[in-house]
Structures are given as structure tokens and as C-alpha cells.
Design a protein. Structure first.
Length: 289
């Protein structure tokens, strides 16, 4: 079964909700980057969240990029997604490790550490919108909720979960966003808070076999709601030889001549999908021309 994200509205449009399942996408990313357990959890959470954020942009061509820079063993992570549910990303140190939390769960917060979260939204305008906030816990969900509140003034409840099996494969992965739209009442906030406080952890629900539909229904059960759309989400990298060649061109004539003289060829790897592109001496000389 493919990964997908449901989008819904509730309480007469005062709540927008997104629920995604992302096990296959996260498993593919983990396989590509050969990540440790805690790195898989961090990357999986970020990819899931960024895929959901891409679907909030309202236009297929718009892009959102979420970058995390921390002082933990992971070093940082980056993911980018479009409005079609295509997402790609990587972590700086795929082999990062951190002691498990006292409850036995993977310690993503410790692996990321203290630092900053930056969101860049390319909406097809002259300049992209950029917002940066300090990391609150490093657990990613809390940090994104803090970003939405401080940078966009959107109260949000965000949950992200990745269960990594003993063989390092991804057992379950998913996430949900609940966001209050302008005009919401204090009564609505109280009702939502009371409901969410008693809500089971997302990882537990996924492990119990709950679908995105099940979780959405549980989240919005106190309200009248409508499912607006269903989008497939996939790990997808758009790198190709032409794009990589442009990167080579951008380093300048002197650098390319130096590569020819010292190495005779060039090999460039894509950060997102680890695909390697080789340029022979003849290729480099052709680029110079």
C-alpha cells in the first residue's frame, strides 16, 4: 500500500487537519542513506512533516524546505517538498548515535541537540519567505509547532512518529497536523485541548494498525469534519546529469582547470539520493568550451 496524506477541515473551517502515513517513504530514505536507528527516526519525522507542509502550499509548483542545524551527533538535517507530495531529504551524519531516552524510545532530541530550525517557502514570488526559530526540544514536532506559532501565528498540534525495527527497517511512520484558522474561539481551543490531552501517542496508534482514516476520525471525533483531499506522498529526487553539470559550471573556469590537471576527472554525489555522476576529462574540457 502506498503512503498518503489526508487533508480535512472541521468546526466550520476553523480547524484544518492533515494525517499522513509514510512508512514506505521513510524506509526508502533510510535505505538510500544507510542511517542508524536514531538518524532514521529524525529523518523520517522531518520527511513526513515536510511532505505535509508541502501540501499546505496550495500550488503544485511551490516548494517548502525545512532545515535543522543542531550541535548533537546528527549535526543537522534538511528536507524539501512540493505541492504534489514529493519529498526528499538527508541528515548530515547518517551514522549518528544517542543514548535511548529513559522510556526506551529513540532520543532524537539528543541526537539533534540545541540549534535552529529554518523554513523556506518558495511561492513563485521574487523572493522566498524564510523564517527561523530556536529549537525547543529537538524532537522536531515540538519545534515545528513552535515555528508555526511564532513565525506564522498559527496555533498547531503536531505529532510525528517513526518506529524502527531491530533490523533497522522502518516498522511504522506517520504524522499529523491540527491547525487553528483565523477567527477561532477560546471555546474551540478548550474543546480541542481537552480532546488531544487524552489522545494516545501516534506511534502506538500506528503500531496497532490504525490507518490515516482511523486516526483522522479519532482526532476530529468531537467535531463535524469533511475530508477535502487525499494525496500520495513519495520520496523523489529530481537530480539529473544536466543539473549536476550546472553545479560544475558554477565553480568557475579556474577550479575546473585545476580538477583536470590534478585529478583528470570529477565525481559528484547528490546529497538527497546519493546518486553519483562522473565527468571524464573529455567531459570537463567540453564544459570549459
Amino acid at each position: 500500500m502506498k503512503d498518503y496524506c489526508l487533508r480535512a477541515t472541521a468546526a466550520n473551517g476553523m480547524i484544518r487537519a492533515f494525517v499522513a502515513t509514510s512508512r514506505h517513504m521513510v524506509n526508502e530514505a533510510s535505505h538510500i542513506h544507510q542511517t542508524s536507528a536514531v538518524a532514521t527516526a529524525a529523518l523520517g519525522r522531518l520527511l513526513t512533516a515536510t511532505a505535509i507542509m508541502g501540501l499546505t502550499l496550495g500550488n503544485d509548483d511551490n516548494l517548502v524546505t525545512v532545515s535543522i542545524k543542531g550541535d548533537g551527533s546528527l549535526g543537522g538535517a534538511l528536507a524539501t517538498a512540493d505541492g504534489l507530495g514529493r519529498v526528499r531529504g538527508y541528515v548530515n551524519n547518517p551514522l549518528a548515535h544517542a543514548p535511548d531516552r529513559t522510556d526506551g524510545k529513540l532520543n532524537v532530541g539528543s541526537a539533534i541537540g540545541a540549534g535552529q530550525l529554518t523554513v523556506i517557502m518558495d511561492l513563485g514570488l521574487k523572493e522566498a519567505y524564510t523564517g527561523t526559530t530556536e529549537l525547543i526540544t529537538g524532537e522536531i514536532a515540538d519545534d515545528l509547532a513552535h515555528y508555526y506559532m511564532t513565525s506564522e501565528q498559527i496555533p498547531s498540534v503536531i505529532a510525528l512518529g517513526v518506529l524502527v525495527d531491530t533490523d533497522l527497517s522502518v516498522k511504522q511512520a506517520g504524522g499529523y497536523f491540527l491547525q487553528l484558522m483565523p477567527g477561532y474561539s477560546d471555546e474551540l481551543v478548550d474543546k480541542l485541548e481537552a480532546h488531544i490531552t487524552a489522545f494516545a501517542p501516534l506511534s502506538q496508534l500506528l503500531d496497532e494498525g490504525k490507518t490515516a482514516e482511523d486516526i483522522l476520525d479519532m482526532l476530529l471525533s468531537p467535531f463535524v469534519y469533511e475530508v477535502v483531499s487525499r494525496h500520495e506522498i513519495v520520496f523523489s529526487c529530481n537530480c539529473n546529469r544536466e543539473r549536476v553539470e550546472k553545479v560544475l559550471i558554477s565553480i568557475g573556469r579556474d577550479e575546473i582547470e585545476e580538477i583536470i590537471a590534478e585529478q583528470g576527472k570529477a565525481e559528484l554525489n547528490c546529497h538527497f539520493c546519493n546518486k553519483s555522476y562522473e565527468f571524464s576529462k573529455a567531459d570537463l574540457e567540453s564544459i570549459l568550451k
